[in-house]
Design a protein around this ligand. Sequence first.
Ligand code: SAH
Ligand code: SF4
Length: 387
Amino acid sequence: MATTLISHPPTTETDTRTRLPGLSRAQISEHLKSIGIEDKKLKMRTSQIFQWIYNFGVTDWDQMTNIAKPLREKMATHFSLARPEIVERQVSVDGTRKYLTRMAPGIEVESVFIPDVSKTGALCVSSQVGCTLTCKFCHTGTQKLVRNLTAQEIVLQVMMARDDLGEWPTTTDNRKLTNIVFMGMGEPLYNTDNVAEAIGTISDDTGMAIGRRRVTVSTSGVVPEIEPLGERTNAMLAISLHAANDELREKIMPINRKYPLKDLMEACRNYPGLSNARRITFEYVMLKGINDSPKHARELINLLRGIPAKVNLIPFNPWPESPYECSDWETIERFGEIVNRAGYAAPIRTPRGRDILAACGQLKSESEKMRASERRKLEKQAEVNSD
Ligand code: SAH
Ligand code: SF4
């Protein structure tokens, strides 16, 4: 029998069953077919199992009460519902939660849950282990790329956060995890296929049902992938801009040499679905004495002209031996006011989870191995900064 079955790695070194959680509907269907589920029942069975996995979050085959026991037993011999191992879970004083998950041997992935005052909460997910780009201000950029994450590994980050937050079934009211941001480790648009597939699974109405408008993909500016991302996912777009002239942007973000601002802004203007209701977020990290003067703010306004945009000002988060300092608070506020007066919302992103190195740009799986003295130094600094 011809089959298109994609092989998936075993659940763990000792459990050779295929793990289903994290897989797409099409992949689950193919796996069910491979164990002999007849064609005429395949669609119905796939829907049932998809719903148990993604709406109810079950981890035990016996919880699938609308499936007869013999079939449940058969499925249990081939497939696992287990989650990967959480290596470390940290909770910040501000409620931010950081997870370090071992997806496979040597593949350790960080995800951060950031609760918001407005009853929403975002999970910041990683798309790669490490990053090939070397933005000067980013900790992840100092970690060499290990590999792209699979779509399954991206979806599992969301499922595991929901496990931890007690958010199954999906229909529960007052959900805490309402949004997904691809702002963890790695460059999502160097892994567009897996990111797009993961967004398909995460947003499926019969499963976790996190709407596509609640999913934001952040890119450092991989120009040729921007339009395809919009076409394939309908996700919201965020651009890590950080400088509004090529000379400076090249210095702090080497990708600007390949895709200069003119091309980047052109891609933004062409982003599918762009409108005042669906603005692009431009992220701008505030680096003391580097990109934070009123002149820089005016440059930014000129660059954004005509694009439905909002600006997110991110206070720079330090990491061991980072080459920059964060701008003073008054400087950030003055910058924000200038941008604001030009008609763009420009909120200052409150640093979250600094005490557990979970804030933007601090993620790096090796941070777990950081020397205790370095960690203490940073934690002290974080306390001072949050006073
Ligand atoms: N690679 C993608 C996704 C990562 S998003 C991208 O670059 O867009 C992480 C966000 O945090 C990016 O906007 C990044 O520029 C920003 N960032 C990186 N290092 C930072 C730091 N030390 N302090 C504050 N923000 C940082
Ligand atoms: Fe990679 Fe984004 Fe960090 Fe740049 S800012 S090094 S693209 S993760």
